[in-house]
Design a protein around this ligand. Structure first.
Ligand code: X2W
Length: 320
C-alpha cells in the first residue's frame, strides 16, 4: 500500500492552476485518512529533510506527457517539503531522432553511444539546448525555480575520456574500444550545486561535460547522476527507468538489496542487459557516500514521491 498522503496535504502549496492527482486509495481508509500511513510518510520524509536527492530523468520517460507532468510536480513538491532536489537528465532517444533527421546514425557499445566529433555537437545541442530547457520550463511553470546547467557551466562536471575495455570470459582485457567523445566524470563542482540549492533554486543538469583540454564530452546520464549524487553525498539517488526495478531469478521484484548482494547478482548472471550498468551505478554511488540509490519505475505516476515517502518505495533500493 502506498503512502502519498503528503501529496494530498501539500496540494495547498502548489499554484492554483496545478492539478495534483494522488492515487485515490493512497493514505486513505474507507473512513478517511489512515494514521499509520501518515506516520510512515512523515517518518520517511524526515530522513531526507534538508538533504540532497538526485533524480535521473531518462529520455524514454520524457515522451509520456502525463508522466512528465507528474515528474515536474514531484520535484517542485519535494523542494517545498524541505528536500534539496537535483535533476540530472538524459535524452538518448531524442539524440537518436535528431541524428536521423540529419541523415546519420550512431552505434552503441555496451549501452554507450559511440560519439564522434559531429555527434557530440548534436548531443550537446539536443541535451543542453532543447531538453534541458524543456525540463527547466516544466518545473518553473509549476512554481519551482529551476536553473538549467550543463557540466560545462562553471566546470560543473569535468570528465576524462572514457577508456572502455573489452574483457574476455576470464575477465582479461582483450581490447580498448574507442568511443570517441564519451567522458567519465572526474570532478563534480558540488559547491556550485549547493550554492544554487541554498538560493532556493533547483539545478537541472544536462550530461555534457567539460574536458580538461577544452573538449566536450557526452556522459551517460546515469553515470553523470551517480557522480553528482556521490559529490553531494545525497541521501538518495533515484534512477527513473521504464521497468519495474531489479528482478530476481524468479522474475520477482527485489525491493531492497545491499551493494554486495547486488554485485553478486550481476556476477551470477541473474541481472542482465541494460540493468547491469544501472545497478552498478547505484552500487557505486552507495559505496561512495550516497545514502541509498533506487532504480524506480518512472512510468508510475508520482514514482519519485512514492520512493521517498513510503516504506515500500516504487522500485529497488540499494542501501548498505
Ligand atoms: C548518452 C547521453 C544521453 C543519455 C547518449 O548519447 O545517448 C552516451 O551514451 P538516456 O535517455 O538516459 O539514455 N551518452 C555516451 O544517457 O540519455
Amino acid at each position: 500500500m502506498r503512502t502519498l498522503l503528503l501529496l494530498t496535504a501539500a496540494t495547498a502549496l502548489v499554484p492554483p492552476h496545478t492539478t495534483i492527482r494522488p492515487p485515490s486509495s493512497v493514505g486513505m481508509t474507507a473512513g478517511g485518512l489512515d494514521g499509520t500511513k501518515i506516520f510512515e510518510a512523515l517518518e520517511c520524509f524526515s530522513q531526507h529533510s534538508g538533504l540532497c536527492v538526485v533524480v535521473k530523468y531518462g529520455g524514454h520517460a520524457m515522451s509520456d506527457e502525463r508522466a512528465a507532468e507528474c515528474f515536474a510536480q514531484d520535484i517542485v513538491l519535494m523542494q517545498k517539503l524541505g528536500v534539496r532536489p537535483v535533476v540530472v537528465h538524459g535524452g538518448g532517444p531524442q539524440i537518436g531522432d535528431m541524428l536521423k533527421r540529419l541523415n546519420t546514425t550512431s552505434q552503441f557499445i555496451d549501452g554507450l553511444r559511440v560519439t564522434d566529433a559531429a555527434t557530440v555537437k548534436v548531443s550537446e545541442m539536443v541535451l543542453c539546448g532543447s531538453i534541458n530547457k524543456q525540463i527547466s520550463a516544466a518545473i518553473s511553470r509549476l512554481g519551482g525555480r529551476a536553473l538549467g546547467l550543463s557540466g560545462k557551466d562553471d566546470s560543473l562536471i569535468v570528465a576524462d575520456k572514457l577508456v572502455k575495455e573489452r574483457l574476455n570470459e576470464k575477465g582479461n582485457v582483450v581490447e580498448i574500444v574507442d568511443l570517441g567523445f564519451v567522458g567519465e566524470p572526474a570532478e563534480v563542482n558540488a559547491k556550485l550545486l549547493n550554492d544554487v540549492l541554498d538560493d532556493g533554486r533547483i539545478p537541472v543538469v544536462a550530461p555534457i561535460a567539460a574536458g580538461r583540454n577544452g573538449e566536450t564530452f557526452s556522459v551517460n546520464a546515469d553515470t553523470a547522476a551517480g557522480a553528482v549524487a556521490e559529490a553531494l553525498k545525497a541521501s538518495r539517488l533515484l534512477l527513473l527507468t521504464d521497468v519495474t526495478g531489479v528482478l530476481d531469478a524468479n522474475m520477482e521484484l527485489i525491493q531492497r538489496i545491499t551493494p554486495s548482494s547486488a554485485d553478486a547478482l550481476v556476477k551470477e548472471g541473474i541481472i542482465k542487459g541494460g540493468m547491469i550498468p544501472k545497478l552498478q551505478t547505484a552500487v557505486q554511488a552507495v559505496n561512495n557516500g550516497c545514502g541509498g540509490a533506487a532504480i524506480v519505475d518512472g512510468r508510475i505516476d508520482h514514482a519519485v514521491l512514492e520512493e521517498l515517502f513510503s516504506d515500500e518505495g516504487a522500485g529497488t533500493l540499494v542501501v548498505a
